[in-house]
Design a protein around this ligand. Structure first.
Ligand SMILES: Nc1ncnc2c1ncn2[C@@H]1O[C@H](COP(=O)(O)OP(=O)(O)OP(=O)(O)O)[C@@H](O)[C@H]1O
Ligand SMILES: [Mg+2]
Length: 310
């Protein structure tokens, strides 16, 4: 070192020394480079391998979807997706935002019909009947295939009315005593009865978020659906309410077929038996939840479940 230069003020091995800082910067750069390379690789795979990996069919299908395409105007949101929902199974649908999970879920009870510029092609068989036929009445269909949304949406009516509404219009009961019985049994199955039995005449909208979501589940199951579609049902809820809804799903799954969209890998792993991974409108991989999370076969699935992209 030039003796004319001042001696360095720092200890060369202290954590704030330029040597340590440079090493840290190198490590960050290497990590960023690794992630960018992984994402580039993901993008290449995404372009190349779009065939579904895994068997989308099951032996005892409750719902059987074949070659489903959905367009919003010219935008192709779901691309030739085929998959079954097995009787009494809980299927998780996962994938990054915008990949088409909600769009696909809405196909199964024709909720996309309510969107003007949305066009759906392909067949969806429910107990041997194609629900996409023009002469299918969507009102009874949506009772058979119920839906629970991300944000609880009770009617601006009493707790009792929220649950009794469906059974009354579908004529499952005609007198007050029978309706009372359905309301109570549905609220019990939804794990809400003890919390609301003394406030059945109070507005459903006055309940807590978690209670409102269970009220919406009670409303959906009051009309004895065969299938329940749940679109991120816990994303607006705290962990305790989430745990209650998950318990409820597992309980209901013994009698119903459930398809749940979730952004939580932990939730998918806790509640579902089969998982479907979507990406940019394609069904990339489907299989047992265990295999999707512990031994994914498609690179995109692996990258998604390990958090390379989200
Ligand atoms: N009503 C609509 N009109 C036009 N395009 C739509 C409509 N709804 C969804 N899309 C488009 O269709 C594609 C799939 O959207 P979808 O809402 O099904 O995704 P998602 O997987 O449910 O996303 P997220 O996880 O954010 O809820 C997206 O590109 C979205 O912008
Ligand atoms: Mg969605």
């Amino acid at each position: 070192m030039n003796s004319a230069m001042p001696a360095p003020l720092h200890n060369p091995v202290s954590p704030t020394s330029p040597v340590v800082a440079a090493a840290a910067a190198e490590a960050v750069k290497a990590n960023v480079t690794h992630r960018v390379e992984a994402m580039r690789h993901t993008a290449t795979v995404a372009r190349e391998q779009r065939e579904t990996v895994g068997n989308p069919r099951v032996e005892n299908a409750q719902v059987s979807c074949s070659d489903i395409n959905v367009f919003y105007g010219d935008a192709h949101a779901i691309k030739s997706v085929s998959l079954d929902l097995g009787q009494n199974e809980i299927l998780a649908m996962i994938g990054p935002s915008g990949c088409g999970k909600s769009t696909f879920l809405r196909c199964m009870n024709r909720m996309n019909d309510t969107i003007d510029h949305c066009r759906v092609t392909g067949s969806i068989m429910l107990e041997g009947e194609d629900i996409n036929r023009h002469d299918v009445d969507v009102v009874p269909l949506r009772a058979r295939v119920g839906m629970v949304f991300q944000k609880p949406n009770p009617f601006p009516k009493s707790v009792w009315e929220n649950v009794a509404f469906g059974p009354r219009i579908h004529r499952l009961a005609t007198n007050k005593a029978d309706l009372d019985e359905i309301v109570e049994s549905s609220l019990r199955r939804a794990g809400l009865w003890d919390e609301v039995k003394d406030r059945l005449d109070k507005p459903g909208t006055g309940l807590s978020g978690g209670q409102q979501q269970r009220l919406c589940i009670a409303r959906a199951i009051a009309v004895q659906p065969e299938v329940l579609l749940m679109d991120e049902p816990c994303s607006a809820l705290d962990p305790i309410s989430t745990a209650r809804i998950e318990e409820l799903m597992i309980e209901l799954g013994k009698e119903l077929t459930i398809a749940i969209v979730t952004h939580s890998m932990q939730q998918a792993a806790r509640v579902s038996t089969r998982t479907a991974f979507f990406h940019l409108g394609d069904l990339i991989e489907i299989g047992s939840t265990k295999s999707i999370f512990s031994a994914p076969r498609h690179q995109l699935t692996e990258d998604y479940v390990t958090g390379v992209f989200g």
